[in-house]
Design a protein around this ligand. Structure first.
Ligand SMILES: O=C(O)CCC(=O)C(=O)O
Length: 272
């Protein structure tokens, strides 16, 4: 059994305040027995392309040092949401992953940038400021291997499939869907990735702040390998907790053996 906690943080424009609040809620989750704690996408800055440059830090800057200390102090694996990272003049949306003694065990730079245009509803062009990451991310923990993606990455099923086929028991996405696509797709995509790959899937959002320029959907959620929602919440600040039973994943994979029944001989030309 692994206990997972998603910290649906109410993110403000004050970085220090966000770091302090994150530390408090991570400790609260750890005190309730969490082994792995997740923060949301852009957990220490407002979300929006107008904020990335102002809030950006180098990988080993103030935010990374704070996350390392939080993981160590609370003795948890920490999937540290994301923050805008700058390296050699380029900006990335980056998740850092920490072990129980505060060592960096992985980084994921958002691979699929959130560029969409739904007329009259939402236009977002991350690629105006950000560069995409070029690697898929798997981290090894004492609880097993975990795949990590960020938000829009969840729409690309190949990432979760590759993680599952490389042995990951869970795919975890710090995210920040919005009030247009959130109600339609947030839970659906998590349940789809879970049932496709018979793995646990979790997505952690910021809480909704209606005074901010971007209104996050909230509803941080954990889904089991059969596609069942194990835990979720509404839009306010909350900690969402779930026990992940690895036996359930094994049972799902034994009783519906799709991973062995795939016909890769027929799918060879999918990228053409
Ligand atoms: O895919 C979506 O609808 C939302 C994605 C998003 O908000 C993000 O990538 O930050």
């Amino acid at each position: 059994m692994v206990k997972l906690a998603l910290v649906q943080l109410l993110v403000s424009s004050n970085k220090q305040q966000n770091l302090k609040r994150a530390a408090t809620l991570i400790k609260e989750a750890a005190n309730k027995g969490a082994n792995i704690v997740v923060l949301p996408e852009c957990f220490n800055s407002p979300y929006g392309i107008q904020y990335f440059e102002e809030y950006a830090e180098e990988l080993h800057g103030e935010t990374a040092r704070a996350l390392s200390a939080m993981a160590k102090e609370s003795n948890v694996y920490l999937i540290g949401g994301s923050f805008p990272e700058i390296q050699f003049g380029k900006y990335y949306n980056t998740c850092t992953i920490w072990n129980r003694v505060g060592e960096l065990i992985g980084t994921h730079r958002k691979v699929h940038l959130f560029d969409i245009d739904i007329p009259g509803k939402i236009t977002f062009q991350e690629s105006k400021v950000l560069s995409p990451g070029n690697e898929l991310t798997l981290v090894d923990t004492e609880h097993g291997t975990i795949g990590v993606g960020i938000c829009y990455d969840i729409r690309f099923p190949e990432m979760a499939m590759i993680a599952a086929r490389k042995g990951a028991f869970a795919m975890i996405y710090p995210g920040a869907f919005n009030t247009t696509t959130g109600p339609l797709h947030w839970e659906l995509l998590q349940r789809a990735r879970a049932v496709d790959n018979q793995m646990f899937v979790a997505a952690c959002s910021p809480a909704r702040d209606t005074s901010a320029t971007y209104h996050a959907w909230g509803h941080s959620t954990v889904v089991d390998p059969m596609g069942k929602v194990l835990a979720t919440t509404e839009e306010s600040e909350a900690i969402v907790e779930a026990e992940l039973d690895i036996e359930e994943m094994k049972n799902a994979r034994t009783s519906i053996p799709v991973s062995f029944q795939r016909r890769f001989d027929l799918y060879k030309n999918v990228a053409e």
